[in-house]
Design a binder for this molecule. Structure first.
Ligand code: TGC
Ligand code: FAD
Length: 398
């Protein structure tokens, strides 16, 4: 195995269609700050943490300091007070470093702070949001269950009314950050079969969050279960302003939007690496970049990246007007993640044998993107969402 990489990170970005002209000074400043942070804090350590299958937990604080938690939430509630495009470019730079690091931020901002901001009481907001925004508390989001992944409506995790509290039972599976989280946003059915959202704190009796081991993907992100055995959840911890699946699904819209931007970062890092390598590596007396087949790969990569950048930017403009539909977000998440995974595979080929080592970031991005293709709604589920949107016919269920 190649030694753990401590390479210098000379990434400068690629903007073939001058899309930066569509960004504001604030977007560019936010992007540069996160790019600098990734170069200083993520690039030097990420291969080692991925290799060890360990979460770089010390980054949680740094992510807070660069404003990666809820960039588009109001500052009075711990967010960054910026717009949706700023949120997008921040996720892109983080995922250029590693999809798992972007996950640490997306879960905290979009799946924990956002539902509390949107659905919680004022008292709950004041209690949790500032501490989540500063990284003092780490949160996780429990929707998926062992038997209900793509179909969360079938969830069996449930609450029973017990006066001033609910008694929570059940289990959640594949939960990012759960073993290190101080609190979990949990979705469970009441006795009427309605889905409620609530905050469960880590020291609640009967609550545990064992780690899931053995992932070949997203290895620098920690994933676990949530297990609830007669956990007493005071009613004051339940969100008063939402009932039903639209609660968790609207959080997914927020996170999927960030992934649509984030995946471009992983693609850019693979493209950047392959472009540089192809100019330096000599075979048959000339650089790989001089062969037509290599140029075809690189030309197609930058074309697909450019299309994805435009899709993300337009989606961001719609989101800034609160006009991005869930189906539009699904299209962008599906297209951009698939684009990134395809580019990772092509870039890996350009590097030949070196492409499979941890001397370069490509194989790590490729393995990470297998998860990104699946979580937050699988590639095929997003296709079916588009299919339903254009035909008006639901092809998911029975
Ligand atoms: P359906 O009847 O279509 O919808 C129920 C209600 O929800 C509304 N809705 C949405 N609202 C906001 N945003 C969305 N994206 C929404 N999608 C649907 C809908 O309008 C309806 O509202 P109402 O008022 O009529 O009640 O529900 P369905 O049961 O038929 O399900 C549809 C389907 C399959 C699309 C949905 O279940 C789905 O998206 N499944 C995929 C599950 C998924 O994405 N899970 C992700 C878990 S979290 C995660 O992976 C985090 S990884 C994070 C990281 O590490 O970065
Ligand atoms: P399944 O739903 O069993 O799907 C298996 C396959 O069947 C997929 O290819 C799917 O597309 C296909 N399929 C399913 N239904 C249909 C259909 N109707 N038509 C056609 N094909 C279909 N969840 C959380 O709640 N919180 C988290 O923080 C979180 N983090 C995650 C982190 C990681 C590393 C991973 C891997 C997952 C995470 N998830 C999380 C769960 C993730 O959202 C689910 O894995 C995802 O929604 C798919 O569910 P599943 O794995 O049960 O697959």
């Amino acid at each position: 195995m190649a030694s753990i990489n401590k390479r210098t990170d000379s990434y400068q970005g690629h903007d073939y269609y001058l899309i930066d002209e569509l960004l504001t000074e604030e977007h560019l400043l936010a992007r540069q700050a996160v790019r600098d942070w990734v170069k200083a804090e993520v690039t030097p350590i990420i291969e080692e943490y991925s290799d060890k299958h360990e979460c770089p937990r010390h980054l949680f604080k740094g992510l807070a300091e660069i404003g990666a938690y809820g960039p588009s939430l109001p500052t009075e509630y711990g967010g960054g007070g910026m717009d949706e495009i700023a949120y997008g470019v921040i996720m892109q730079e983080l995922e250029r470093g590693d999809s798992g690091v972007r996950s640490m931020a997306s879960v905290q901002g979009s799946l924990v702070m956002y539902p509390i901001y949107r659905f919680a009481s004022e008292e709950q907001k004041r209690k949790y949001l500032p501490k989540l925004g500063s990284g003092e508390f780490i949160g996780c989001f429990g929707l998926t269950e062992p038997d209900f992944g793509s179909n969360p409506a079938g969830m069996v995790t449930n609450v029973r009314d017990d006066g001033d509290a609910y008694i929570l039972n059940g289990a959640k599976m594949w939960i990012t950050n759960s073993p290190v989280a101080d609190l979990a946003v949990v979705w469970a059915k009441n006795e009427q079969g309605e889905i409620l959202g609530m905050v469960v704190e880590k020291d609640a009796k009967g609550f545990s969050a064992p780690e899931i081991h053995g992932k070949w993907s997203l290895r620098a992100s920690i994933t676990g279960e949530l297990v609830f055995e007669d956990v007493r959840v005071p009613k004051s911890q339940v969100f008063p302003h939402v009932k039903g699946l639209k609660g968790p699904l609207s959080c997914l819209s927020k996170a999927r939007y960030g992934i649509a931007w984030g995946a471009i970062g992983a693609a850019l890092d693979c493209y950047d690496t392959a472009l540089k390598y192809s100019k330096e590596r000599i075979q048959f007396g000339k650089p790989l970049a001089a062969f037509q087949l290599t140029q075809k790969k690189l030309a197609e990569m930058i074309t697909e990246i450019t299309k994805a950048q435009l899709l993300a930017w337009r989606l961001g403009s719609l989101a800034n007007k609160s006009a991005a539909t869930p189906a539009q977000i699904s299209m962008a998440k599906r297209n951009n993640v698939n684009m990134a995974l395809t580019i990772a595979r092509e870039a890996r080929q350009i590097l030949g044998g070196m492409g499979i080592t941890n001397e370069y970031p490509i194989m790590r991005h490729m393995m990470n993107l297998e998860t990104v293709l699946t979580y937050e709604g699988t590639h095929d589920i997003h296709l079916l969402i588009t299919g339903m949107d254009v035909t008006g016919i639901n092809a998911f269920g029975a």
